[in-house]
Design a protein around this ligand. Structure first.
Ligand code: PFF
Length: 444
């Protein structure tokens, strides 16, 4: 149980509530969502199971696990490179993720201090006021840095103490809490906006003519990002997993829950987008503008806003700690480093890198990498290139290098056809699918 909770806590985060709706909006909805669902089921899910089982079999930090497996089962030690790719990914992802988690904390403050409300003097309408609130946040280096700093400090405090304990207790009610709140918001949106059907059509009615290779790449990358796979974070959690837990079933539960949260977030947000005449492709600010519009109008909305941003912040923290954990574990197990020292050193380095991502929204907007600001560049590079590449290597390793018997032993008893399909997905569908999407989207 504790494992499922921690792994679901890692998977469910800003990726579901913040990123999924805005990229679905940017890429035209239905067809993008369908490709994303196919990528989760056909590629993300098998890679998730593979990561967990490799972690359990290796029993250490991801880099150590690959080394252990190599020595014990006679594979090349070079596969540890997957672990190093994961370390690099962890640095880049956490540095921008922490900035967005900081937005959630800022909004928690706005909610507590009564700023998420219709303007009393009638000078602006709610939509304008809430857009202004978000624009104001992005324009303020001090506010962005403060949020990012608080997130990194909290993440480091949790990881330094060891991830079990306090956070597990918080997660026990956070995951169900976020779930119930999202359902309530969907029901509210359905009952009051009159645009629920338009939103459902936007999300679920595919228009393949609007689908580009770029959109397919983003959908694939997001399948990895949202499930926390491709950078060995789930391997690290797998190393704590006891032998009697059936990995296949645990993976389906985690991926199912994660997908449900994302779809609920979409169904809560898009009715408001359409009702208010907002732009579905408005970008990273989408939830921070739309949901507050709703909160400002719901009776008792101030309290709902506090709860929502509190849950979102906790969901984000249970993801940030899972990004830092494998890197800290590596330094700790290599010897000579206490957990505390490793956490402080790595956390500070990531915090420094994150300053660049925070400033990308204002004073550093002109600093670009591959034609994008630093925040977008880190997001693009990790989600769309590094995670799929890591996932491809993990699939190749678990599907072709690890023996069939070892794979069967770790997955636990399964009907023969399920095992065969799973292995087929790992051996062929995942690596070839990822390869084709990477090549096409980068070429066209
Ligand atoms: N899965 C997290 C989310 O959707 O918010 C983000 C994430 C966590 C990505 C952990 C990668 C990772 F290793």
């Amino acid at each position: 149980m504790a494992f499922i909770l921690a792994a679901a806590g890692s998977a469910v985060g800003l990726g579901n509530v913040w990123k999924f709706p805005y990229i679905a909006g940017e890429h035209g909805g239905g067809a993008f969502v369908l490709v994303y669902l196919a990528c989760v089921a056909g590629i993300g899910l098998p890679v998730l199971a593979a990561e967990i089982l490799l972690g359990r079999r290796g029993g250490g930090s991801p880099i150590h696990s690959f080394a252990t497996l190599a020595a014990r089962e006679g594979h090349s030690p070079r596969w540890s490179a997957i672990g190093w790719l994961g370390v690099l990914c962890a640095f880049l992802i956490l540095s921008f993720y922490s900035v967005v988690a900081g937005w959630a904390l800022s909004y928690l403050w706005y909610a507590v201090s009564g700023q998420i409300a219709a303007p009393g003097d009638g000078s602006l309408d709610v939509a304008e006021a809430m857009s202004g609130l978000f624009a104001g946040l992005l324009a303020s280096p001090a506010a962005l840095i403060a949020g990012h700093t608080l997130v990194m400090a909290l993440t480091m405090a949790i990881v330094a103490k060891g991830i079990r304990g306090g956070l597990e207790r918080a997660l026990r009610w956070m995951v169900p809490g976020l779930f119930v709140l999202l359902i309530a918001l969907v029901v509210y949106a359905a009952a009051t906006t009159g645009t629920f059907l338009a939103a459902a059509r936007f999300l679920f009615q595919p228009d393949f003519a609007a689908l580009s290779w770029e959109a397919v790449l983003v959908a694939l990358g997001h399948a990895f990002f949202t499930l926390s796979v491709g950078m060995t974070a789930m391997m690290a959690y797998g190393s704590f997993l006891s032998r009697d837990v059936p990995i296949a079933r645990a993976s389906v539960t985690i991926a199912g829950l994660d997908t449900l949260v994302a779809l609920l977030a979409g169904l809560a947000i898009f009715p408001i987008v359409f009702a208010q005449g907002l732009e579905p492709g408005a970008g990273p600010g989408l939830i921070f503008v739309t949901l507050p519009i709703s909160f400002a109008q719901i009776p008792g909305g101030a309290a709902v806003a506090v709860l929502f941003f509190l849950f979102l912040a906790i969901a984000a923290l249970s993801s940030t700690m899972s990004i830092l954990e494998p890197v800290v574990e590596y330094l700790e197990q290599r010897g000579g480093w206490t957990r505390r020292r490793a956490t402080v050193l790595l956390g500070s380095a990531i915090w420094t890198l994150g300053l660049g991502c925070a400033l990308a929204f204002n004073v550093g907007a002109d600093f670009t990498l591959f034609g994008m600001n630093l925040f977008d560049a880190f997001d693009y590079l990790t989600s769309n290139i590094m995670l799929p590449l890591g996932g491809m290597l993990i699939a190749l390793y678990a599907g072709h290098v690890l023996s069939r018997d070892a794979l069967a032993e770790e997955l636990g008893p399964l009907p023969a056809y399920v095992f065969r399909s799973f292995r087929f997905l790992l051996r062929y569908v995942a690596p070839i699918g990822i390869g084709v999407v990477l090549i096409y989207s980068l070429m066209f």
